[in-house]
Design a protein around this ligand. Structure first.
Ligand SMILES: [Mg+2]
Length: 188
């Protein structure tokens, strides 16, 4: 029974949606990565559910709070809406196993490279992970997607020389390269 489950685009946030300036928590500091709205729009137009999965240990470290995170994400979701894109869900893990303060110092399977956020999103949104794509900028993003059973894993690495493969993952230097991979996959 997979017929009514939908594929998703599972996006890391820092370094994929916004330039990773380190523990981003203020709207005024947010700069979007070139091509992100075009790319996500192409997935949405093909019926992919769009989900954000993001480690946010800055909360656990005490650099900013849940309320600031929520305010930033509400604004970010609206920026996507202005481009015609609905973000169906945002999953974040505030914990850190060694640097978290108080209740935030704990191992949490939601924290990437754990697959917890992906698996919860799949339950909540009825996702077909095998037909889903994930895009991240760190090895931990790829590990998490792999552990969850995401079918297409993409590492966005602006320092990469060209589109290539590392094991079971694509490596792309530009987000626009993912569009071409999506087009090629759609033509199969
Ligand atoms: Mg990242």
């Amino acid at each position: 029974m997979t017929g009514d489950r939908r594929p998703a685009l599972l996006l890391d946030r820092d370094g994929v949606i916004n330039v990773d300036t380190g523990y981003l928590h203020r709207i005024e500091d947010c700069r979007f990565v070139d091509g992100i709205f075009d790319l996500v729009g192409q997935f949405a137009a093909r019926g992919f559910t769009v989900i954000i999965v993001t480690n946010q240990a800055g909360i656990g470290r005490g650099y900013f709070g849940e309320a600031e995170f929520a305010t930033l994400m509400n604004w970010m979701r609206f920026e996507f809406l202005r481009h015609g894109i609905t973000i169906a869900g945002v999953y974040h893990c505030p914990d850190h196993p060694t640097e978290g303060i108080g209740i935030y110092r704990r191992d949490n399977p939601w924290r990437k490279p754990g697959p917890g956020m992906f698996l919860q999103a799949a339950v909540d949104h009825g996702l077909d992970l095998a037909r889903s794509w994930s895009i991240g900028d760190k090895a931990s993003d790829i590990e998490a997607g792999r552990a969850a059973g995401v079918g297409t894993l993409v590492l966005f690495d602006p320092a990469a020389a060209a589109v290539g493969r590392i094991d079971d993952a694509w490596v792309v230097p530009r987000l626009a390269d993912v569009s071409e991979l999506l087009l090629a996959a759609s033509a199969e």
